[in-house]
Design a protein around this ligand. Structure first.
Ligand SMILES: *Cc1c(COP(=O)(O)O)cnc(C)c1O
Length: 491
């Protein structure tokens, strides 16, 4: 039922009820706004929501009823009493007051789920954001000189320390970082990219489109599966601005393939002077293999291989707030920072407040799996999730009823957000299937809907007539709330 249907539904009830209760006080006429507001029943609404909001809601309610009356709808020719009207009003005002932003349980198995807000931040970052919200800060104020500062200064040194780059700047997200980098470094000139790397990341981020928007000219080289150094070398001309590599975030090409590594492009840069830039996508700051995860090229490795500029996201593997980080050669970063788009794409203080403490965590890589939320989720042990699944099974079973069979099963989670697209993490969770006698698809859809309709919606994933609840992202702190909500539902 949509909200609109719900509203008309309750109106219909209201008018029918009032007809039945022979409340004909207004005999075909609606009470005035003033009369309703003056009634004692309106007082608590005015007290809670204020006169302005109550009045607006009342006016629109009366206007709707007036239309019904004019339409000669038989159930509506007796207008509701004031008590009925204020009851509907209370319902509507309460509905408006509910926030459209909701916390959910991410049981999809995708840790960095773009639609569910990607990385969850560690407490140090959360506290820093709260402080930044509450008090003035040195956002663009140099406390040493007492003069105007640059907001990038708050994190530039840390970024350089962690990546080995000479300079750094921060923008709103990685898409913005790529757009700004190309706009600043390649206006009306050619950017040489392999045909195997002309990716679409999703949500309308396509390398050829971004290139056009940035005013650069895409010079494709090689083929989808194979591109060689010679292909880049042959394409270099006085019109070339950049050699560019793009991380194939959300797909992998397998079989008869060749691609050119950053160090090979850097060699061409040495010979021809055309800088090498890399859109690393997720871009991690540490070697993830030390935590038992698959290796993903780090930003430092990319810089050390000779990349002149590297862009990456703040809220993917890095585990921080949404941001686009640009690191690299000092002269190129300077050019990027001076471009007018930088001002349009700059980050706010909340982003910087969250980013700095997250970056600082990387100074102690040995504590990261415990302190960096994203890494903690990615490295959760399958046996811990198995115990959790077995504990939750009877509770979930009771909630969904005997028409659904719930079992605890090993699953595979994904990192998500285009990080390591083909690597799957062994996980554990609950599998919900309809009993053989039930209508499979529809029944399961109802269960999925029921979980999604909870006060804190539970989001799983459906595959092969099975609703999977992957427990990787249900940490202890949240588990109690998860259980309490289900118990309330089944009691
Ligand atoms: C994710 C990604 C982007 C976009 O980054 P956002 O931070 O989501 O804007 C761009 N390029 C690559 C290769 C990516 O993986």
């Amino acid at each position: 039922m949509t909200e609109k249907q719900a509203a008309t539904g309750s109106l219909a009830n209201l008018t029918t009820n009032s007809a039945e209760s022979s409340e004909r006080a207004f005999a075909g006429r609606l009470p005035s706004v003033e009369r309703v507001l003056a009634d004692a029943a309106s007082a608590p609404l005015v007290a809670q929501y204020g006169r302005t909001q109550t009045l607006t809601a009342l006016r629109s309610l009366l206007a709707e009823l007036r239309v019904e009356l004019v339409g000669g709808n038989s159930t509506s020719d007796v207008p509701p009493g004031i008590a009925g009207l204020t009851a509907v009003l209370a319902e509507r005002l309460a509905k408006t007051a509910v926030s459209s932003i909701k916390q959910v349980f991410n049981l999809t198995g995708t840790v960095l789920h773009t639609n569910l807000g990607r990385a969850l931040l560690p407490d140090v970052a959360i506290c820093a954001v709260v402080d930044a919200l509450r008090s003035p800060m040195n956002l663009e104020f140099d406390l040493v000189t007492g003069k105007r500062g640059d907001r990038d200064d708050l994190v530039e040194e840390l970024l350089c320390e962690l990546t080995g780059a000479e300079a750094a700047t921060v923008v709103n997200n990685n898409a913005a970082a790529v757009l700004l980098m190309l706009s600043a470094l390649a206006p009306r000139r050619e950017v040489i990219v392999s045909r195997g790397e002309l990716v679409e990341i999703g949500g309308a981020f396509r390398i050829p489109d971004i290139m056009m928007r940035a005013g650069a000219k895409l010079r494709e080289v090689g083929t989808t599966n194979r591109t060689h150094v010679a292909d880049y070398a042959d394409a270099i001309s006085p019109r070339s601005a950049l050699l560019m590599k793009v991380h194939c975030s959300n797909y992998a090409i397998q079989g008869f393939t060749t691609s050119v590594e950053v160090d090979q492009l850097a060699q061409l840069t040495k010979e021809h002077g055309t800088p090498t830039v890399v859109d690393l996508g997720s871009g991690t700051l540490v070697d993830l293999s030390q935590y038992g995860l698959p290796h993903e090229t780090t930003v430092r490795e990319t810089i050390e291989a000779g990349a002149d500029v590297v862009t990456f996201s703040g809220d993917k593997l890095l585990g921080g707030p949404q941001a686009g980080l640009i690191v690299g050669r000092a002269d190129l970063i300077k050019k990027i920072k001076r471009h007018p788009l930088k001002r349009a794409l700059r980050v706010g203080k909340l982003t910087l407040a969250a980013l700095e403490p997250v970056l600082a965590l990387y100074r102690s890589p040995e504590f990261l799996p415990e302190r960096l939320t994203t890494l903690r989720l990615l490295t959760r042990s399958q046996s811990a999730m198995r115990v959790q699944a077995e504990n939750l099974l009877p509770i979930v079973q009771r909630t969904v009823g005997p028409a659904v069979v719930v079992t605890a099963e090993p699953l595979f989670s994904q990192i998500g957000s285009g990080a390591l697209p083909v690597d799957l993490l062994p996980s554990y969770g609950l599998a919900l299937r309809m009993n053989a006698s039930q209508q499979r698809g529809r029944g399961l859809g109802k269960v999925e809907r029921m979980l999604r309709d909870l006060p804190r919606p539970v989001i799983g994933r459906i595959a092969n007539d099975t609703l999977l609840l992957d427990l990787r992202c249900l940490e202890d702190a949240d588990e109690a709330q998860f259980i309490a909500q289900l118990l309330k539902l089944s009691s």
